[in-house]
Design a protein around this ligand. Structure first.
Ligand code: SAM
Length: 191
């Protein structure tokens, strides 16, 4: 159906398109096969910069290949490290940060994001956001670890001060089998 939206990943993409402009700095905290990194690169343009993290070398290789094919490699910094160490790599204020949590599709399902490091990374990302900047968290509660992550992320994000951040939860309430969920965090006040 024309213009219908049936999953939160599509909503996250629309938000990226709305929030990012040429010259912005954006971060993909879970690079995977580089789909989100490529989208961010297309939106920040040649003058912008995209930092992307993953703990798997295969993710970096896949993403590098994808960006090369699109001629986007020069606007990206690919980092083989956990997103929980983001503060070691990025000092500038950032407009948008995306986490597409869970494991790499068609990869090793044992290598997945984990609550503890995800929450640590989100805490650091909040400090990096410029006013009006956003963090997008796509959570997959269909697998065991994703269920735990969802509970912990809800606890952490729902406690954020509403004078500093807008926090929105988006989910399809009539879909079966634990559909993915999006948490949108927007900084409303400078830090
Ligand atoms: N955004 C990706 C894409 O467009 O293809 C999909 C990401 S996939 C669902 C999740 C990724 O998170 C996996 O590649 C996994 O290796 C990575 N990951 C797991 N723990 C991580 C961590 N602590 N820091 C960064 N990446 C991590």
């Amino acid at each position: 159906m024309k213009n219908s939206i049936s999953n939160v990943v599509e909503i996250a993409k629309k938000i990226c398109q709305r929030k990012l402009s040429k010259g912005d700095i954006a971060v993909d905290c879970t690079m995977g096969n580089g789909n989100d990194t490529a989208l961010l690169c297309s939106l920040v343009g040649e003058e912008g910069r995209v930092y992307a993290f993953d703990i798997q070398e295969q993710a970096l290789l896949n993403t590098k290949k994808r960006l090369e094919g699109l001629n986007f490699l020069e606007r990206a910094t690919l980092i083989l490290d956990g997103h929980e160490k983001i503060d070691r790599y990025i000092k500038d204020k950032v407009q948008l940060i995306i986490f597409n949590l869970g494991y790499l599709p068609r990869g090793n399902h044992e290598i997945t994001t984990r609550s503890e490091t995800t929450i640590e990374a989100i805490g650091k990302c909040l400090e990096l956001l410029r006013p009006n900047g956003v963090i997008l968290l796509i959570i997959y509660p269909g697998h065991e670890n994703g269920k735990l992550e969802k509970v912990d992320i809800h606890e952490f994000t729902s406690a954020l001060n509403q004078k500093e951040f807008n926090v929105v939860q988006v989910c399809f309430t009539n879909q079966i089998n634990n559909p993915p969920e999006l948490i949108y965090i927007e900084r409303v006040k400078s830090n």
